[in-house]
Design a protein around this ligand. Sequence first.
Ligand code: MRU
Length: 371
Amino acid sequence: MKIDGVAYRSVWVRDDGWSVGIIDQTKLPHAFAMLALTTAADAAHAIRAMQVRGAPLIGAVAAYGLGLQARADASDAALKRAYDELLATRPTAVNLMWALDRVMAALAGLGTQARAAAAYAEAAAIAEDDVATCRAIGRHGLGLIEAAAKRRPADRPVNVLTHCNAGWLATVDWGTALAPIYMAHDAGIPIHVWVDETRPRNQGASLTAWELGKHGVRHTVIADNAGGHLMQHGRVDLCIVGTDRTTAEGDVCNKIGTYLKALAAHDNGVPFYVALPHSTIDWAIGDGVREIPIEERAATEVTEILGRAADGRVTTVTITPPGSAVANFAFDVTPARYVTALITERGVCAASRDGLLGLYPERRPPARAAG
Ligand code: MRU
C-alpha cells in the first residue's frame, strides 16, 4: 500500500539484509515511525506491546523472529526458547502458531549452519503468501461489493461497516476485510466506510481511519455502539470484518464488539461477511465460544486513552475513577449462524464445516474403508 506515494509493507527485511523493519502501530495516527527488530526478544516485544498487531501480521513477524534467533544461535534449545517466547505473546490468533510451526518445520533436519537462511526464506514465503492471499480475498470480496452497488439507490455510495483494523496494517499488504474495499474504490465504485472506533485500543479510529484516508477512501468514524442505529435506518449495506481464529464449523473470533455488530446485522437483515486467510482457520476446533482462548489485556487499555492535545502533544489521560474494577477482554466469538458468508482466498463460502470443506477439500477426513 502507498503512504504519500511511497509503497510500504507492514514488515520487511531492512537494507542490512537481516534486521527486520516494522511500522510502530502504537504511534499511529499521530506519527508514522519505523522500528528495527534485531532479536527474537524484540519481535516478541513488538507483538506483545502491539507495535505490530492483526492476526496475519503477528504470524509473519513471529516467523522473522525465529530467523533473528537462528542467526544469533540456531541450536535446538535456543530455537525452542524463542518459539515458546513468541508463541506466548498473544493467545487468540491462530496465525501465530501456524507461522511458527511452518518455520520450525522448514528447519527440521537441517544442520545449525543452514538454519538461519532457511528460517528467513520461510518467513519471506509466509509474507509473500499473505500478500497473494489477501489480494485474492480482495478480488472475491469485490464481487459482493459490486452486487451491493447494484442494489443501492443510485444517489449514494455503498456503505460498509467494519470493526477494528483488518487492513494492510493487520496483514503484510492489502488487508483482509479492507482488501475488497480498496479494490472497489480503485474500480471506481462509490464507497463509504463506517469505521467503528473499536475501544479500548481504538484500532478503528487510529488505524483503519488512517489507512482509508491515505488511500482516499471516504469514511466516517463512529462510536462503537452506533452501528445498530445506523443499520436500523438503512445506512449500512453490508458489514465486513476480519477474524483472528475461525473454527472448522465457521465460528469467528475477532476484536471484542464484533459479536454485537453481528447481532445487530442479523436483526436488521444486513449481510455480515467475515474475510479470512487460510492461516486463520483452526481445523482442530469446532465450537468457538467454548474452545477459543480469549486474551485478557492490561486494565490500563480501558482506564487510559492516548490522544493529541490541542497544543500538539501526544498524551495519555485517565478516564475512570480511581478504584473501579476493570476487565479488558480483547476478543469475542461470533457464532457461524450470524455470519452471512466467509470471504477466503479461494472464494466465498457458507460459514459452516461444509462450506469450508467445499473450498478446502484437502481438509476432508479420509473416507474410512468399508468393512
Ligand atoms: O488486537 P488486534 O488489533 O491484533 O486485533 C486485530 C483484529 O481483531 C483483526 O480484526 C483481526 O486480526 C483480523 S486482521 C486481518
